[in-house]
Design a binder for this molecule. Sequence first.
Ligand code: PEP
Ligand code: MN
Length: 274
Amino acid sequence: MEGLKLTSLSGKARTMVEAGPLRFGAGFAVIAGPCSVESEDQLMTIARAVKAAGADALRGGAFKPRTSPYAFQGLGLKALKVLDKARRETGLPVVTEVLDPRDVSWVSEFVDILQVGARNMQNFSLLKEVGKGYRPVLLKRGMHSTLEEWLNSAEYVLSAGNPRVILCERGIRTFEVYTRNTLDLSAVPAVRELSHLPVIVDPTHGTGRVSLIEPMSMAAAAAGADGLIVEVHHNPGEALSDKAQALLPEAFGTLVGKVRAIRACREGLEGGIQ
Ligand code: PEP
Ligand code: MN
């Protein structure tokens, strides 16, 4: 691939991206939490549950990119204050999505990692803005994007001065409608041969079905992913967004045990993951 001066693997060491105590690209990082922050009670309950179940970081949307303008749009600043509280109480680094370049600098004061969502993967103003910032960027693959387009988006962030990018495969749109998206797990080893950046997998948006999340998480760990981001809710039926795809905390705990076992097995087989 042409033009990926900073993002390509060629001759470079693998990048480890630090966020608080977490290092993406060294071991297997599991991010979990609700799709959206809905209230202080909801977030604190889920934060404590995912921490107890073995999560390494907490997710929660404050600004939601919804298909309908009438759907819940997120609590904004109120959500960020609650995320900050959860971070202080649990010690888990926090990930939230930023939609608007004007929000990058002030949102950076509340969270540890900024997510650029699938719908914004080619929002070049947003990429340049997070590239000028100091927070690690979790860059989701666009739902219609090739690997080359995705890696070029990472190049925007790196070339603007921020080397801390974590790639995230979250499924692409195909003719299949049984699943919400088609989770392209071949992207994991493909990205690892093309780029030095860590790559994680989102089996939640990748499948949209609770029953498929655990098997695809295990497959992601077997394929060499550096981690997962998973939606968890203590009362999925009442969730204000993505209720059909949220795992209960108990199911998430089982998943964590299984993916860590697969990861250990893979490390044994490969003699450590290079
Ligand atoms: C999300 O993580 O809540 C989200 C909206 O993800 P994506 O951008 O992958 O659809
Ligand atoms: Mn979601």
